[in-house]
Design a protein around this ligand. Structure first.
Ligand code: NAP
Length: 249
């Protein structure tokens, strides 16, 4: 039996990496899925790759109006929202001594402000028993040099889900987060690092992971599926690390 039969899911950043893998799995499990992203071409390609019951909405997550319109289009198409996966995000590393206001704002607008207001816009349309899933990161537990702003954005979202767990009790809405460790996705190619820097960082991460490797988008997607499904009906407020043990050692 399909685990998300008749569920409606909105996945931000669904054209790449973890979001794309999750969209594929959700559709395979019977969900109706809306993906968002900031590049029309990438969205069109993703829709073809996902197949089945999926539509794409062009929406830059930093644009609060666009986020609201994505919610409205989801509701026009499918009536309500059962699963809101706030996955879109960027990762930037910069030591505090070199920090600029522009870098800071870009990270916070993308990883915190956009998702925050998307939740606000979605509230009237979230079904009873719906689930809001944040995609945070284990960086906020580790203190990696250069991760000051990025890890602060993820810590903010982790805190927000605790508040939502209490604030949204009336509609029995669950608020949870997945916290990936190093996962092999295109995000590393978007950080503005040289090939040598990327390789150094990748090797460093992999060596620290008890399971000795990067995770895959599919492994993340399976965890998101579990948290989204009725199998996790008594789980709320948690952040679940999917990191080969990195945050625990
Ligand atoms: P990814 O392949 O780069 O996917 C990120 C998605 O977010 C892409 O679809 C991207 O669009 C979209 N996005 C970024 N900025 C956006 C914006 N302003 N408006 C709309 N969409 C935007 O990377 P990923 O690794 O799957 O990342 C997904 C989430 O996992 C992120 O929140 C990230 O922080 C978190 N995470 C990842 C790792 C990891 O090791 N991979 C570890 C911890 C946490 P484009 O394709 O146009 O860039």
């Amino acid at each position: 039996m399909s685990r998300l039969e008749n569920k409606v899911a909105l996945i931000t950043g669904g054209n790449s990496g973890i979001g794309l893998a999750t969209a594929k799995l959700f559709v395979a499990q019977g969900a109706k899925v809306v993906i968002t992203g900031r590049r029309q071409e990438a969205l069109d390609t993703a829709v073809k790759e996902i197949g089945g019951d999926v539509i794409a909405v062009l929406a830059d997550v930093k644009d609060i109006g666009a986020g609201t319109r994505a919610i409205e289009q989801t509701v026009e198409q499918f009536g309500h929202i059962d699963i809101l996966f706030l996955n879109a995000g960027i990762a930037g590393f910069m030591p505090i001594a070199e920090m600029t206001e522009e870098f800071f704002d870009e990270q916070f607008d993308t990883n915190v402000k956009g998702p925050f207001f998307m939740i606000k816009s979605a509230l009237p349309y979230l079904s009873e028993g719906a689930v809001i899933i944040g995609n945070t990161s284990i960086v906020s537990q580790k203190g990696f040099p250069g991760s000051g702003v990025y890890s602060a954005t993820k810590a903010a979202m982790r805190s927000l889900s605790r508040v939502l767990t209490n604030e949204l009790q009336a509609k029995k809405i669950r608020a949870v987060s997945v916290a990936p460790g190093p996962i092999d996705t295109p995000i590393y190619g978007k950080m503005g690092m040289s090939e040598a820097e990327l390789q150094g960082m990748s090797q460093g991460f992999a060596q620290q992971v008890p399971l000795g490797r990067f995770g895959t988008s599919e492994e993340l997607a399976q965890t998101v599926l579990f948290l989204a499904s009725d199998e996790a009906s008594f789980i709320t407020g948690v952040e679940l690390e999917v990191d080969g043990g990195l945050s625990q050692v």
